[in-house]
Write a protein that binds this ligand. Structure first.
Ligand SMILES: [Zn+2]
Length: 160
């Protein structure tokens, strides 16, 4: 996958598509997501996806999609980023914000399975934002909370 990560992030910043309103974390997450996408193992779909999340302890962890020839048990980028964060911070890790990058002309929202997974580990279902960026650095990302991605969701409290 040919993409200059630094140039992409700079162009996104200069175009206003990447509004760094809080701090440099979103730029760093976008760069980490693009770099993760470069390492995706996707010989079957050829769809490189990268994700990077910011934990509430202010650390960034990235992930990419990992496929296999059986086409089942595929690991999406959101899953591998969350797994990476749990490995480093433990099972009570919480996501403050997440960036997903896909090589598409428009932002691609997470699949249903990943939405449920995000619901499990998000710091706030109504405030923590999942940002979907695409291959066009001038296009604003799609930013949605878990409550918007997965309304009336099923969660651990429903098992009680
Ligand atoms: Zn998914």
């Amino acid at each position: 996958m040919q993409i200059d990560t630094d140039k992409f992030v700079l162009k996104a910043l200069s175009s206003g598509a990447l509004v760094d309103d809080c701090n440099a974390n979103r730029s760093a997450m976008l760069a980490a997501a693009i770099n993760a996408a470069k390492n995706a193992y996707c010989p079957y779909s050829k769809f490189h996806v990268g994700a990077a999340l910011l934990t509430i302890t202010a650390d960034i962890y990235a992930g990419c999609n990992v496929e296999n020839v059986m086409y089942n048990g595929m690991s999406h980028a959101e899953l591998t980023a969350i797994s990476n964060a749990i490995v480093h911070e433990g099972s009570d890790m919480l996501i403050a914000e997440m960036v997903i990058w896909t090589p598409t002309p428009e932002p691609t929202p997470s699949c249903g399975g990943c939405r449920q997974l995000l619901r499990e580990h998000i710091a706030s279902r109504s405030d923590s934002v999942i940002w979907s960026f695409c291959d066009d650095p001038t296009r604003p990302p799609l930013g949605m909370t878990v409550d918007e991605l997965l309304p009336h969701s099923f969660g651990p409290e429903n098992l009680a």
